[in-house]
Ligand binder design. Structure first.
Ligand SMILES: [Zn+2]
Length: 141
């Protein structure tokens, strides 16, 4: 089964060490994720691609215990729905990124825990390809 990213231009794929694709303003240095065509701070259009570090610290999170409305939700539904967690991970000196977390048990999520980017299965598309998306998992210590 082929693997396809949930969207183009979000993370480097295929890759053994996937990285999120952000943009950085050449004028003021602001980093934006997802990538933008112009700077949210100074409106410059001198934007360059910028790959984000793969590790950061858990900043805030919540758990999704029921199936959200579709669209925009596009994951498993009905009895296949599995609760998941969404969090903000602060990447050092860069930006906070909103992402799924691989751990959905609130007891196991800790403020400022070190997190690592991974690519995880998300579903299947109409052509039978496996759709993958990015998430952060706690780094085993
Ligand atoms: Zn700027």
């Amino acid at each position: 089964m082929a693997q396809v990213p949930v969207a183009e231009g979000i993370f480097t794929w295929p890759s053994d060490d996937p990285q999120l694709i952000a943009s950085r303003c050449s004028a003021c240095g602001m980093v934006m994720f997802p990538a933008q065509d112009s700077c949210a701070r100074c409106a410059s259009t001198e934007i360059e691609e910028h790959l984000l570090p793969r590790r950061g610290r858990l900043w805030a999170w919540t758990t999704q215990d029921f199936q959200p409305p579709s669209p925009p939700y596009a994951g498993a539904t009905g009895k296949d729905f599995v609760p998941f967690a969404i969090g903000y991970v602060e990447l050092p000196d860069e930006v906070k990124v909103e992402a799924r977390l691989t751990e959905s048990d609130p007891e196991k999520l800790v403020q400022a825990a070190e997190m690592e980017l991974v690519v995880v299965p998300f579903g299947t598309d109409d052509d039978g390809n496996e759709v993958v998306t990015f998430a952060f998992r706690p780094v085993a210590t």
